[in-house]
Design a protein around this ligand. Sequence first.
Ligand code: FES
Length: 610
Amino acid sequence: MFQSTYSGPKATIGGVLMDAPSKEFALAGSLEELKIKGRLVVHGGHRPILVIYDRGRVFALDNRCPHMGFPLERGTVEDGILTCHWHHARFDLESGCTFDLWADDVPICPVEVRNGDVWVKTTFTHADPAAHWHQRLANGLAHDLGLVIAKAVHGQLAAGVPQAEIVRQVALFGAQNRDGWGVGLTILTALANILPVLPEEEAYLALFHGARRVAADCDGEAPRRERAPLGSRPDPAALKRWLRRWTNVRHREAAERTLLTAIAAHFSPAELADALFAAETERAFADTGHSLDFINKAFECLDLVGWQHAAALLPTVVGQMVAARGAEESTAWRQPVDLVALCEESTSELADLFAAGRGSRDWSGHAALAQELLGDDPARIVDALKEAIRAGAAPADLGQSLAYAAALRVARFGNANEHADWETAHHVFTYANAVHQMLTRIGTANIDTHVTAVRGVLHGAMALYLARYLNVPPARIPGDGGEQLDDLPADPETIGAALLDAFDRQRQVDLAARLVARHLTLGHSPQALIATLAHAVLREDAGFHAYQMLEAGVRQFGAWGDTDEGRHILIAVARYLAAHSPTERASLQTADIARRLMRGGELHQEAGSS
Ligand code: FES
């Protein structure tokens, strides 16, 4: 902290007598004038600086209140405390530190009094900006302070801190300060996954949203308790069996220690994924798919922040996994058709089917299989999956077909459904995406040992079957069959603006779908479209599902590329987002205030002159 003290006719800074103010200093006025007025404001090409005389001492600080940028010159000074005129945040005059954490500390700057004149240094710098903003982010996360988080993220980015480093700081905070993986860490990871396709300004917003949701998730929660791996190193098959066993009997401590032992034994990410997927799919479509989605996101988070943090992050998913309620406990999965029994019967055949299909390496029936998965006879759906395996489809191929079919459920979601039904369609899609990503991670090298994981595809297919009513009648998918949509604009910028305009109004589901189709059928850049969809999410106070939908859609589009199937997937994303927009955009306002404060502009000048 800078000390800014006047203690007599000759001023010192840090105990050193200065001969002349440097070029970084600006003249605030005479000491006499300051004594009479009590405060002066220095304007120029720098931030407005407030100079205050209080009981024989001179202080200088940023005139923009760190809360919302209103001028502090209207504030009240009493007993060394400056109280902002607007929302009454209070600051220690000497250090700028706030007594009201929601307002953040106000930056101060050095001041010199020489020959009866008051000079202030016009630059506000930190010796180590990256370390300073790292600490501010830690404070913001600890106290769930949106504005402090926004400024700290902005400050770290401006200081050149890599985006992945910010994600790491927030992820580790989230893992340590909550007893289990939650919505916040899922949102953080989903947004971090799409950072590479975002422009710089959007990256700031994405990191801010991720961090604020992690902070909110941890607020008031009990911190995580450390657990230790076993002292022995059982073989991988035993650890996998044990993990399933502990999941079945809902023994969290045992499951966590087993997983920690696997991590300590340096299981590869693929082996860990195999073990966790096998345990997770002991229950069908657990917690309407969220449990598996969280597991997948924990793996993706480790890809982003580094696998050296596996012991800190991965066990956070175990609590929900062992406690989850499986679909086998629900009537809908048991009657009129026992879907659970259907899955179990098929599982016993998987090893032989994979063995039969091993010779075929070029299976490419993803789209055709997806259409079969959308059928209304569960036995035929299971037969279609078995036939695909026999024909050479690898587990990840099945996952891709399932995810595409689930995207089609969303893309064809009938507008006559209840609004809450969007979430039913969403759950199946994000579950299917997680299945696909996990099976891709597990790989095809040891299919015989991974047969259990394919249960996830079967469970997803049954969840998809049960959601078939969402497409009765189905919404038309625009752009199919060469449809040109010539009534819509043609250039990509106008299409993008029209899409954002559609998201500005409620229930523009079909218009959003048509604009996406128009953009892609004209051959415009899918990346530009994805950036527009991301912007549409990041400007809102989006719900958890909107982030999941966006990220899963981008992932699945990546699997298909700019094809008809890719178009269908982005239409699904746009339709879901349109059904959930607009919101109040309060977070965007916080992010914008922080951005303008950090850039040094004079906010609320009109308020100062009123
Ligand atoms: S407390 Fe100063 S602007 Fe709100």
